[in-house]
Design a binder for this molecule. Structure first.
Ligand code: SAH
Ligand code: SF4
Ligand code: F3S
Length: 428
């Protein structure tokens, strides 16, 4: 049996697409392995959101060049956000790559496979294959809207992923039903901005409508979605999270900065006060909600004072999770064109560390309040001899037990907490 390895970095969308590719390769009789060595076919699913990600991709491409020299039969496929209309140029730069295909362009993959005599499934219906079935995880990622229309000034994603295109409600419902039939218990609906979902569809169904449809699928236990945009999230959606039982109490709501002038230069289209009010509304309507956010430090021109406002916003909001990134200029974006990347790397690093330190203390406090409490954990797998899964509020929980908990819902008594995860025991 030929073996394949898929190397993935970047966002959940990339993860979802890697699972789809894995599904196709599984159906073609390939066997998944966990490293480049001994693989007959490798897929690089790439991200270029920051220079650091792009560097990792370039480094890995270099590594594969060496592997290909030793093993000329190795087939190398590259997809993800490194690849768009520049395939000719990339082909010249990386002649050792056998196929470059744009994110989600499975026609290209299938056509190539057929030329190679690889019987990759002809049916391109997204829900015909999903690698989650092979790994037995009860959680599946389901893209609902591709692309982004927002053009935040720092962001490359709209240039790489194109304009927003929603999948029809019926198609998503069919996919989720098929997933549930095969044992999936939790779906995470994906989009760069899930609040735009449906605007381009006839009748303009929105995310709340979709959640209501999915909620009625028997044997589906949980529904999640990400990412929301503070300028677009609706009251209707917040009410839906509060009232529709399978929809989990967790939101990814990137704020990006705590200063109004920086937010304006980022083209985020909200003020700090609007964000604050929004969070208050969400917490009033969904008291158990957990919140995750993203922050960029060192945006062009960010003064020490402006950075302090991001820091104090983190303190004030008490997020459950904060992802911090140092600003990285991306060729072609508005910020790259209009502003100089004038904050020194060391200053960015210092700001990043300050936020991370503060957030670790906050998350430690928030999580310590869960000690002694009960949590319902959907078990996703095993790591280092321990079962792991997540609560509805997206907290990662580990526990030890001899039983077979994979895909089951476990009642766990929380005993130890850290800023990043919880530990507990099965409640007997
Ligand atoms: N659609 C999502 C995800 C976008 S990319 C959203 O709107 O949040 C994920 C995160 O990467 C962003 O939230 C942002 O914090 C960060 N990011 C994007 N471009 C960046 C850049 N040029 N430099 C640093 N961080 C960036
Ligand atoms: Fe990028 Fe902004 Fe779109 Fe998110 S909403 S993908 S940050 S342009
Ligand atoms: Fe990266 Fe593309 Fe996602 S640039 S963050 S993989 S949309």
């Amino acid at each position: 049996m030929p073996r394949y390895f898929i190397w993935t970095i970047g966002c959940q969308m990339n993860k979802a697409e890697s699972q789809q590719i894995a599904g196709y390769l599984d159906s073609a009789g390939y066997q998944a392995i966990n490293s480049f060595s001994n693989a007959d076919l490798v897929v690089l699913n790439t991200c270029v959101v920051r220079q650091s990600a792009e560097n990792k991709v370039l480094g890995t491409l270099g590594l594969l060049k060496g592997l290909k020299n030793e093993q000329p039969n190795l087939q190398i496929l590259v997809t993800g956000c490194l690849v768009n209309s520049n395939t000719q140029e990339l082909k010249k730069r990386f002649p050792h790559v056998d196929l470059l295909f744009k994110p989600g362009d499975y026609h290209e993959l299938v056509t190539w496979g057929q030329k190679q005599g690889i019987p990759i499934g002809q049916r391109l219906l997204r829900y015909t294959h999903n690698h989650a079935w092979i790994t037995s995880s009860p959680c599946a990622l389901v893209p609902i809207i591709q692309g982004c229309d927002n053009f935040c000034s720092y962001c490359i994603v709209p240039y790489k992923r194109g304009r927003e295109v929603s999948r029809p409600v019926e198609e998503i419902v069919c996919e989720v039903e098929a997933l549930v039939e095969r044992g999936i218990k939790e779906v995470t609906l994906l989009g760069q901005n899930v609040d735009s979902y449906g605007q381009d569809l006839p009748g303009h169904p929105d995310l709340a409508d979709l959640l209501n449809e999915l909620n009625s699928i028997n044997d589906l236990a949980r529904i999640r979605f990400l990412t929301n945009h503070p300028k677009d999230i609706s009251r209707k959606l917040i009410d839906t999270i509060a009232s529709v039982n399978k929809v989990c109490e967790h939101l990814e709501l990137p704020v990006q900065a705590g200063d109004d002038d920086i937010l304006k230069a980022m083209r985020r289209e909200y003020t700090v006060e609007q964000y604050r009010k929004l969070v208050n509304t969400i917490r009033r309507k969904v008291p158990q909600v957990s919140l995750s956010t993203d922050i960029i430090v060192g945006f062009p021109g960010e003064t020490e004072e402006q950075f302090e406002r991001s820091l104090s916003l983190v303190k004030e909001m008490r997020f459950d999770v904060v992802h911090v990134a140092a600003y990285s200029p991306r060729p072609g974006t508005i910020a790259w064109r209009e502003y100089q990347d004038d904050i020194p790397a060391e200053a960015k690093k210092e700001r990043l560390n300050k936020i991370e330190e503060l957030q670790a203390a906050i998350a430690s406090e928030i999580n310590s309040q869960l000690q002694g409490r009960q949590a319902e954990v959907l078990v996703e797998g095993r790591k280092g001899g321990k079962w792991f899964g997540r609560t509805r509020s997206n907290k990662l929980v580990f526990f030890e037990d001899d039983g077979d908990w994979l895909g089951q819902s476990a009642g766990i008594q929380i005993e130890k907490t850290s800023p990043w995860s919880l530990k507990g025991e099965v409640k007997k």
